[in-house]
Design a protein. Structure first.
Length: 164
């Protein structure tokens, strides 16, 4: 009534695809097989026990769970709940769960309920969840990542002893 499946039985070995010969007149190459598209690398993670002094720049994704003193540039930048960054953040997408002391520039900026930001935010779109703490100014720009964009500096307050 039932027959044995041949799925698990060894059969003839599969032949690997044969390379396509080069067109006439073309220089010979080692292999003409199409290459699979490159997979997106995983996000780089700076763990909670890591402390960095200096700037960080990547074209990929970055998750920060430690302490950073310096400017950061990334594609997708996630600041973890226990992280602290003192410096300027620039990314296409910025998600902040932790503490930032400095300017934030991003096409999309999101402050979650646990975010603590002390500084200005320059964005194309922004989302601030209930419970987030934010002290600074917010400015919408079509191209917030352009460093040539003028941002007004904060006014300086003279020391108390210099007033007459």
């Amino acid at each position: 009534m039932f027959s044995k499946s041949k799925i698990n039985e060894p059969g003839p070995a599969a032949q690997p695809p044969q390379p396509v010969p080069p067109p006439p007149g073309a220089a010979p190459a080692a292999d003409y097989r199409p290459q699979p598209p490159k997979a997106k690398p995983p996000a780089s993670i700076l763990s909670s026990d890591l402390q960095i002094k200096g700037n960080i720049k990547t074209t990929g994704d970055l998750q920060i769970d430690g302490q950073v003193e310096g400017d950061i540039r990334a594609h997708l930048l996630t600041v973890g709940e226990g992280a602290t960054v003192r410096g300027e953040l620039m990314a296409d997408d910025v998600v902040i769960h932790g503490r930032i002391v400095g300017r934030v520039r991003g096409l999309k900026v999101r402050l979650t309920a646990t975010a603590r930001v002390e500084g200005d935010i320059i964005h194309k779109t922004i989302a601030i969840e209930s419970g987030a703490h934010f002290e600074g100014s917010v400015q919408r720009q079509d191209d917030p990542l352009n460093a040539a964009t003028k941002v007004l500096p904060k006014p300086t307050i003279p020391p108390a002893d210099s007033q007459g």
